[in-house]
Structures are given as C-alpha cells and as structure tokens.
Design a protein around this ligand. Structure first.
Ligand code: CA
Length: 229
C-alpha cells in the first residue's frame, strides 16, 4: 500500500505496444505512476524490484506467460492485485483458477476506461485491508494467522479450526470472489460437487460469531468474498 504522499504505481506487462501505450496514457491521466514491461521475464523482475501497487498482466507474453508470473508471485506470498488481460474467453477459467490467483480479468479488446475503473477497485480492496506479516485487519476484525486468533475490536472470538481457516482464506484475498468449490479445496482440502453446503454452514457460523463486524459478503450464485464494510 502506498503512503498517502505517494501516487500508486501500476505495472503493465504487455507486449503489444499500442495497447500498453493507451493504458499508460489513461492510467497516468487518472493519477497513477506507470511502468511498462513487454517481456514476461522482465515483468517478473519488475514486480520484485519495483513493488507495484497493482499489475495489469497480459496472458500471452514472450519470455514467460502472464499466468506463470502470477503463479510465481502467489507461491512467493506476493498478493499484489493482478488484473489479467486475456485475448480469449476460454483463458478466463485458467487465470482465475486455483493455482494462478488472479484477482480480476478483462477480455481484449477492452476499453481503457474500464481498465482504469478495475484498477481503482483492485487498489481500493488492497488498501482497505492491511496485511502486516501474519496479521490481517479488515474493518473491526483483526486476524492473526500466526497465533490463530481473531479479535473484534480487541475482544477475542473463539472460532473452530475450520472456521478460522475459512475466514483467514477469505480475508487474505480481499475483495476477491471465491467459489464454494475453491473454498472446499483450499480450506477442507478436497474439491467436490457434493458438500458445498458445508461451506455455507461454516460461513453462517463465522457470521453469527462475528456479528455485524463480519466482513464476509455472499455473492449470489457464486460464492463469498471478504470486504471492509
Ligand atoms: Ca500478448
């Protein structure tokens, strides 16, 4: 998260120069500092060296695929918001898939205004959540992954191990819509068509324990996300 006196840095990794140029223009006009890389390997180096606040990532890139860049970031614990640009609809499942961890996607051809709007949303989600080492704070809820404790305005809330893992997973992916199947796989360790009701039951338990401080939002027909209210 950038300090208040610094403009957010958006990294664009895109090998089509006309697209990168128009995105840079619109993002700079919207008040962002913009860096551009046209090659996947250099893109990953820029992620690590420049610590951007958000990344616009083309899927098809020379050097290294955009999905591979994102996979490596997530594997290394880097949860900087990633907006994927895909050339084909059939790439969407892949970029939002379990191991990739993309936050959002937009299909080419896109309107640069729409991209700027999505970047703003991604940054707002990232900024409303503070992840300091093991501690995630969202609104009135503080979750300490190391100590496995959850506090609401300083008062400890007793959660079961599964409830804790469920809340922790959602809070570590602020604003991201997580499907029930994805939660089953991440929290329970299996993917299954049967049993998604289990997720609903546990979400209901977490909500009843956290009361109106609960950051969990239901996304009808899809799953859940955690957001600061
Ligand atoms: Ca490309």
């Amino acid at each position: 998260m950038p300090p208040a006196d610094r403009k957010p840095l958006v990294l664009i990794v895109e090998d089509e120069a006309p697209i990168a140029d128009v995105l840079r223009l619109y993002l700079e006009r919207a008040g962002y500092v913009v860096a551009v890389e046209s090659d996947g390997v250099r893109g990953l180096i820029a992620v690590r060296d420049q610590h951007p606040d958000a990344i616009i990532l083309d899927v098809g890139l020379p050097g290294m695929d955009g999905t591979e860049i994102c996979r490596r970031m997530r594997a290394g614990g880097d949860w900087t918001p990633v907006l994927f640009c895909t050339a084909r609809d059939d790439e969407v499942d892949r970029v939002l898939g379990l191991e990739m961890g993309g936050d959002d996607y937009i299909t080419k051809p896109f309107s640069p205004r729409e991209v700027v709007a999505r970047v703003k949303v991604a940054l707002r989600h990232a900024q409303s959540t503070e992840v300091t080492g093991e501690v995630v704070t969202m609104g009135r809820v503080t979750l300490d992954r190391g100590a496995r404790r959850v506090l609401v305005e300083g008062d400890e809330i007793a959660l079961t191990a599964t409830e804790f893992d469920l809340l922790a997973y959602l809070m570590q992916h602020p604003g991201r819509v997580i499907t029930r199947d994805h939660l089953l796989e991440e929290v329970w360790g299996y993917a299954s068509a049967v049993g998604t009701r289990t997720v609903d039951v546990h979400v209901a338990q977490v909500r009843s324990k956290l009361g109106d401080a609960s950051p969990i939002r239901t996304v009808r027909g899809v799953g859940y996300s955690a957001e600061s209210s």
